[in-house]
Design a protein around this ligand. Structure first.
Ligand SMILES: *Cc1c(COP(=O)(O)O)cnc(C)c1O
Length: 485
């Protein structure tokens, strides 16, 4: 390194260090934490954070760390909110949980027991739904890649809805339906100008979606009953929702006018937010990285609640159809993150502490291998043992994997940590488990709490599990001997 760049580097570091405390104070975000009570956690003196009266630190002592904890009462509450008929309405929505969001059989079965169906996007997920005993009429099959065997099975079982992600799939559905001798209930997945377009769905703009419906209706083997649309981009405000639903409703009018098609099912997909989780804005991320400014916590009260979301959807669809004197279709919802996100937490322990020039590193036994989403989403972090201790020390919280990418929190103010302390990463119920990797470490156990009773949903992976699929070493290589001189 040249002398000049060394001087510049030192000067930059000094500016940052001088500015940090000033900026931390001057630019403090309005909200830096959501209280533990939001999740039903309570602080009991001497026991730390407790859920349903059970100290969280006792759970890791009994079941090992890291550990996923599923709060079944919270799951029930979310499911009941989605299923409830909004006040003053004759009917509500039918709910199909997005399997890929948290494909833990114990969680899925619990939801099915409450009257929630299965939204599957792959042959494996459809197999899983059938294995868990979900009735075919409670299954919606989406996804961009469906094996022919799974489509044949979906048709012969008579599943509720088979959605074509792109027009080419319609020809496959039609051919397989003719072979099986049964007419599947088909939808076309459309993309609106609100939310993702990318590789999913057939765009309404430019007429591709209308042409796909023409093609579907022309097949005598298909029963074209529905429309599928999934926004993709998270729905947090009323505006996010209404813009999306309006464009879907406008397209149902086009189908009515152009093709005389009146749909029985309007499937509006998922995308409703978890109120306490938010994508970290680029600016907030940079301020945190450079000046250790706290990442602002989302305000759960400012985001669309499940009740309000369901009420708005029903109201919009009902009034749209009422204005035209037509019967309103059945409304399907496919929540993922909004159903399970805030019903699970991930416990981990501080394994080591390392002081650095301007901060301390806290090395946890859980990192992005189990909590990938924390890299770019706000997730509340609690000190389980001393939740009320003043958060005065800045830590970079890292995981066990040997890459600098395994950083969960770049600059997080926490109470002074000690080795062995337990931390809780909140809102681990959406996209944590399915995105987990077994990079160097096996997967943690998943435990459910039900009225204070512990129920193991999935045991921790063992080392043997990690190699269970491998063929025993067929040949043993031996190093070749160096030639004798
Ligand atoms: C992923 C997915 C969902 C659930 O999405 P969330 O954002 O978690 O609500 C619903 N429908 C489809 C088609 C999906 O791919």
């Amino acid at each position: 390194m040249s002398l000049k760049s060394r001087i510049v580097g030192t000067a930059k570091r000094q500016v940052k260090q001088t500015l940090r405390p000033v900026l931390q104070r001057a630019m403090a975000p309005a909200r830096t934490a959501v209280p533990a009570s939001h999740w039903g956690l309570e602080h009991r003196p001497g026991q730390g954070l407790c859920l349903e009266g059970v100290p969280l630190k006792d759970l890791v002592a009994r079941h090992g760390s890291p550990l996923h904890v599923v709060h079944l009462a919270a799951l029930r509450r979310n499911a009941e909110r989605f299923l409830a008929v909004p006040p003053g309405r004759a009917g509500g929505c039918e709910v199909y949980y997005s399997y890929k969001t948290n494909p833990v059989p114990g969680v899925l079965s619990y939801l099915h027991g409450l009257g929630v169906g299965a939204e599957v996007i792959s042959a494996y997920e459809m197999w899983l739904a059938l294995k868990l005993g979900v009735a075919p009429e409670r299954i919606v099959y989406n996804g961009p890649v469906k094996s022919e065997a799974s489509v044949r099975e979906a048709i012969s079982r008579g599943i509720q809805l088979l959605a074509a992600n792109h027009a080419e799939e319609l020809a496959v559905f039609s051919r397989l339906a003719a072979e099986v001798g049964r007419r599947p209930r088909v939808a076309v997945r459309v993309s609106t100008n609100s939310g993702w377009s990318a590789q999913f769905g057939t765009p309404i703009a430019g007429g591709a979606a209308l042409r796909a419906y023409q093609q579907a209706c022309a097949s005598k083997h298909l029963d074209v009953v529905g429309l599928h649309a999934h926004r993709g981009e998270t729905i947090r405000t009323e505006g996010d929702l209404t813009g999306f639903v309006e464009s879907v409703l406008a397209f149902t009018d086009t189908l009515h006018q152009e093709l005389g098609l009146d749909l029985e099912v309007l499937d509006l997909g998922g995308s409703l937010c978890t109120p306490t989780v938010e994508h970290i804005a680029e600016r907030d991320w940079r301020l945190n990285l450079t000046f250790f400014r706290d990442v602002p916590a989302p305000d759960p009260a400012a985001s669309l609640s499940i009740e309000r979301y369901v009420a708005l959807v029903v109201e919009m669809v009902e009034s749209h159809y009422a204005r035209q004197g037509r019967k309103r279709p059945r409304i399907f919802l496919e929540p993922g993150r909004a159903m399970t996100g805030d019903t699970q937490l991930l416990l981990g322990r501080v394994h080591a502490l390392k002081a650095a020039e301007d901060r301390a590193y806290a090395v946890l036994d859980a990192g992005i291998n189990h909590a990938e989403c924390v890299r770019n989403e706000y997730h509340q972090l609690f000190h389980v043992d001393r939740p009320d201790a003043p958060a005065e020390q800045v830590y970079t919280v890292v995981g066990p994997i040997c890459t600098p990418g395994d950083t969960l929190y770049h600059a997080k103010r926490l109470p002074e940590l000690s080795v062995g302390d337990t931390l809780a990463i909140m809102d681990a119920g959406a996209y944590f488990v399915p995105f987990a990797t077994s990079f160097s470490y096996p997967q943690p156990a998943i435990l459910a709490l039900d009225g204070g009773k512990e129920q193991l949903l999935r045991r921790a992976e063992t080392f043997d599990d990690q190699v269970a699929l491998d063929a025993p070493a067929a040949a043993t290589a031996t190093a070749s001997k160096p030639e004798a001189a």
